[in-house]
Structure formats: C-alpha cells, structure tokens
Write a protein that binds this ligand. Structure first.
Ligand SMILES: Cc1cc2nc3c(=O)[nH]c(=O)nc-3n(C[C@H](O)[C@H](O)[C@H](O)COP(=O)(O)O)c2cc1C
Length: 164
C-alpha cells in the first residue's frame, strides 16, 4: 500500500506537520510506503501518486484559503486521476480563527471533485482534536506532534480497512 502526502510549505510549518503525519502512519503501519511531495520543491512523483491508495494534501492558510500554490496544483492537475482514492487534508495557520476550516473545506471540495473518498482523520479508538482535517498552529507544532501522528494513523487505518 502507498500513501502520498502532497503539500506546500514556505517557512517550514506545513512541512513539519507533513513529517509528523508520516511518522504516525509508519509507527502503526510500517508496511505502508509513504512519500512526502513538496510542490514548491518540484517533488511531485506522479507515478507514486497515481499508485497511492490515499493522498493527504496540506497547505498553509493564506487569507483564509488554501495557499495559492496548492490551488494552482489542483487547477493544473485536472487530468490527474485520483478517482476512488482516500483523501484527507491538513493546514497550518497563525490563528485557529484565521480561516483553518474554510481552507480545509476548500481542499476537501477539490477531493470530491476528483471523485475521492474523504476522511476527516478523526480518531476512532484513539482521540485527536480534529473534526474535518488536521490543523497546526505556527509556534505550537512540536507540542501537538502526537495529534498529527494520530491523524496520520487514523487516515492510514481507514485506507487499510478500505483497500486491505
Ligand atoms: C500571504 C500570507 C497570508 C496568510 N494568511 C493567513 C490567514 O488568513 N490566517 C492565518 O491564520 N494565518 C495566515 N498566514 C500565516 C500562515 O498560514 C502560517 O504562518 C503557516 O503556518 C505558514 O506555513 P509554512 O511555514 O508551511 O509556509 C498567512 C501567511 C502568509 C505568508
């Protein structure tokens, strides 16, 4: 099984969360191949992406929206087939009231448009704080690392249940 984590990060916060999510997946499901793909660094591996059972998208919040780089990737990737894959979203922001929910919902909307199945990443047996996707706040990421790891574990658990 393969899981892609596709993200944008200018100052490192979203990248840190992406790494915690990867750690959470691998801690519980070491047989899953996880690949981090930083859009700004041109790290997209389209073959791995299209082979992935789940794709987790992450972006900084810019003016209450997903950052323009991820929006641009979605806009330019209309031919990329993600139909039937599991999707989940995470964002980082300065403030919890800074548009985190709207940015996550935008990402989830793009997943729905691509025919993806959407996971909130909420805990089942284990608890995390997230309702519709993971949220990281600048300056508070390390303290919340366990939350991001649980998010990754929960998305992976759903992927394993769905795709074996
Ligand atoms: C152009 C710009 C717009 C931003 N807009 C918001 C915003 O609307 N709400 C918020 O909470 N934070 C906002 N931020 C803060 C970033 O979302 C936050 O610092 C984020 O963690 C940066 O992620 P990165 O380190 O991965 O680049 C903005 C930052 C920039 C540069």
């Amino acid at each position: 099984m393969k899981i892609s984590i596709v993200y944008v990060s200018q100052t490192g916060n979203t990248e840190a969360v992406a790494e915690y999510i990867q750690d959470g997946i691998l801690a519980k499901y070491p047989f899953i191949q996880v690949k981090l793909m930083d859009i700004r660094e041109n790290e997209m591996d389209m073959e791995f992406l299209e082979q992935s059972n789940a794709v987790i998208f992450g972006a900084p919040v810019y003016f209450t929206s997903m950052s323009w780089e991820l929006k641009k990737w979605f806009d330019h990737s209309f031919k990329v087939n993600l139909n039937g894959k599991l999707g989940a979203a995470f964002v980082t922001a300065q403030s919890p009231a800074g548009g985190t929910d709207t940015a996550i919902m935008e990402i989830l909307r793009h997943m729905l448009l691509k025919g993806m199945l959407v996971s909130s990443g909420r805990g089942k047996k284990t608890a995390n704080n997230f309702q519709i996707g993971a949220v990281g706040l600048a300056g508070n990421l390390e303290q919340c690392s366990e939350q991001f790891e649980i998010f990754g574990e929960c998305v992976a658990q759903t992927a394993v249940e769905l795709f074996g």
